[in-house]
Design a protein around this ligand. Sequence first.
Ligand code: GDP
Length: 426
Amino acid sequence: MVRAVVGANWGDEGKGKITDMLGQESDIIVRFQGGANAGHTIVNDYGKFALHTLPSGVFYNHTTSIIGNGVALNIPVLFKEIKEIVDRGVPMPKILVSDRAQMVMPYHILFDAYEEERLAGKSFGSTKSGIAPFYSDKYAKIGFQVSELFDEAALKEKIERVIVQKNVILEHLYHKPLIDADEIFNTLMEYKEMVAPYVCDVSAFLYEAIKENKNILLEGQLGSLKDPDHGIYPMVTSSSTLAAYGAIGAGIPPYEIKQIITVCKAYSSAVGAGAFVSEIFGEEADELRRRGGDGGEYGATTGRPRRMGWFDCVASKYGCRIQGTTDVAFTVLDVLGYLDEIPVCTGYEIDGEVTTDFPTTGKLEKAKPVLEVLPGWKCDIRGIKNYEELPENCRKYIEFVEEHIGFPITMISNGPGRNDIIYRNK
Ligand code: GDP
């Protein structure tokens, strides 16, 4: 069976923890989009890890971890991550890399930084991992697939051709040093050395695995609102964050994805620029940021403080719908235990009218939150295993959210650990 774990919002919903947890019962875990620009934080018996490129399954010795063709593959980052986990005592994971995955080139990272510099105050808040230049090149058909590393003559010729265009932009737009074709070729030969043992025809591998009834988990990065088509364009990421894209980014039939677990955090956080209707500021935001997640809401890749807000039913209802959610995993609920009252955003007021439908970006920027205030539960809910044992106000909060988003909350995460989970039969 194929399942997907994806985010409902702006990312950082706690997908890593849910994937890690579901990884226990998975044979194969696949990353299908994105690159090293976001990170999952995972707490397990080996310690606390921030993964950017490796699938969360690398901590189990029964799983195969796959980098699918849809990923922006940064080879040095991948190998640095493998080394880091192995150095900390994790057994060498079984990893396969799609021969059709394309590689983040050193100049993608440079172009990302140069463009942010050029835009100055009007920048997108990129993590400068080269993701936007990478996907631009992929769709402009001047990207480099892993498979191309193995035909050196053709590779050399293609580098020469692509570099001409890059150097015009470097010279005339960014006024930066030019890139040298030989240097790029030599770097790619180093990449080839690193990646060669792992290269695989992933869609063929997964086709067989599906026939053998293996449990396959597709691991999404970021969330619905960062999807380039359905998110808050242009403040989005450059690859689709939706479960549907899992079929493409892994190379499997779309109808094989039987369960779509959409992860929704019990309050909101976002990184980067863009409209964030339920955002809060000042001391109220600082306190939630400090108490949030596991050790505060700061970016796993950048360390940047995240923007904070109350739970947003409008964004989450939309985020779950566009994912094709079968199950909602409601996470980080334990963090809210300090609040006397908990505001929840149930509607957007746009030009004097209230809506519960998530609008396109222009309207979104005008939206003001309509808040309802629920009573808090004022206690620590960590360690609770059964839904009925949760405090009444906590259950009311969950049921209120469930009703407003319209999708069943079947898992509740009440702590960062793998076993901090309450299953709820729906
Ligand atoms: P991801 O990118 O969606 O995996 O999210 P992040 O890893 O950036 O953020 C989730 C953070 O919350 C991590 O530090 C997790 O360890 C932590 N976390 C996940 N679930 C829970 C939970 O239920 N309670 C608490 N307190 N922390 C959690």
